[in-house]
Design a binder for this molecule. Structure first.
Ligand SMILES: Cc1cc2nc3c(=O)[nH]c(=O)nc-3n(C[C@H](O)[C@H](O)[C@H](O)COP(=O)(O)O)c2cc1C
Length: 318
């Protein structure tokens, strides 16, 4: 997730016990080929490179295939594993969609399938996936056709966020479409959208028959969500004692240590936009941090909140 799924977030999630698979922020293949100065951070797959998928976006096959080849060459030369490569067929941000990237790949099944074959060929032995939406209009047959073409082209698995191109987050996703694809295709289908707790995870896997669930915003809001789900899977009465202030301060430290200065203000604002949901008066703090001057200012505001409301330093999650 742009400005969110960077190494500091992965470090924070891992500190609670990790998840099965992580994703980088989506990264421009053309930018990477042109040696964009910030790619070092976009492509940083630590602390778990073997299970971190690099998500690439672009509008043409050639830069994406070349980026896949270069990345897999670089990683094997460095003796580092690549957790996977993902093609972004889901982003509906207007500037990405208008330029022919993201969800606009769903307009042309043949081209999208050709991209998957080209990435498989360019990065032999690397797991290749795609993340997509419902597309431009609701049609189970069209969605299954699109996904089948990707599977036939060699996609190892697919992640489906069942909202249309034009749908924002207000209405819930249509998971019946995920179920239909999971039933029709031989490859694993992962569902994504609105998984916020153990029950919605269990429903994604049980009721909708997916191979797993991708958790986006809730992993930012509650970086311990994966540990909580695992714990509840083993024992329905499982509880976690969360150091809410300390976890937020850890994120600030990680951003300071692991990301370059030009990223600090945007990343701290984005993270706390979601993380403040853990706090009873979080909307005031969220607003203040969105308008903060940078990392130090955000840290001062965050600490000051707990000086005023010390009872929120710790909470029990169940
Ligand atoms: C700020 C933000 C940035 C996102 N960036 C990406 C991205 O880079 N690549 C991607 O595939 N999806 C991206 N998404 C979409 C999420 O991956 C996910 O599909 C969506 O948030 C629904 O899942 P959730 O309910 O678990 O958050 C982004 C979402 C948000 C809110």
């Amino acid at each position: 997730m742009v400005e969110l799924s960077h190494r500091p977030l992965r470090e924070l999630v891992a500190s609670f016990g990790s998840c099965d698979r992580y994703y980088t922020e989506m990264t421009s293949a053309s930018g990477y080929l042109a040696c964009s100065p910030f790619d070092r951070w976009f492509m940083d797959c630590e602390p778990v490179p073997e299970t971190t998928v690099v998500q690439l976006f672009d509008s043409e096959i050639e830069p994406l295939a070349k980026a896949a080849a270069r990345l897999s060459r670089e990683r094997s030369a460095a003796g580092r594993e690549l957790g996977g490569l993902d093609a972004n067929f889901g982003c509906s941000a207007p500037h990405i969609e208008r330029s022919g990237g993201g969800v606009s790949w769903m307009k042309d099944t043949g081209k999208a399938a050709a991209l998957i074959s080209a990435m498989k060929e360019a990065a032999p032995g690397v797991v290749v996936s795609a993340k997509l939406r419902l597309g431009y209009e609701e049609s189970g047959a069209a969605l299954i056709g699109f996904c089948r073409a990707l599977a036939d082209a060699g996609a190892d698995y697919l992640v489906i966020h069942p909202r249309l191109k034009s749908q924002k987050f207000r209405r819930s996703g249509k998971w019946d479409y995920v179920k239909a694809v999971a039933e029709a295709l031989p490859i694993p289908i992962v569902g994504n959208g609105d998984v916020r707790d153990y029950d919605s995870y269990a429903s994604a896997v049980g009721r909708y028959g997916t191979a797993g669930a991708m958790i986006g915003r809730e992993a930012v809001r509650r970086p311990w969500i994966f540990a909580l789900i695992r714990g509840k899977e083993a024992d329905p009465g499982f509880e976690m004692r969360i150091e809410v202030e300390e976890t937020g301060l850890s994120m600030i430290r990680l951003i300071r240590e692991l990301l370059p200065l030009p990223f600090h203000a945007s990343r701290v604002r984005r993270f706390f936009f979601y993380y403040c949901d853990n706090l009873a008066f979080g909307h005031h703090l969220r607003y203040a941090i969105q308008n903060s001057a940078g990392l130090d200012d955000a840290e001062r505001l965050f600490r000051a909140y707990f000086d005023e409301v010390p009872s929120e330093r710790v909470k029990i999650e169940r």
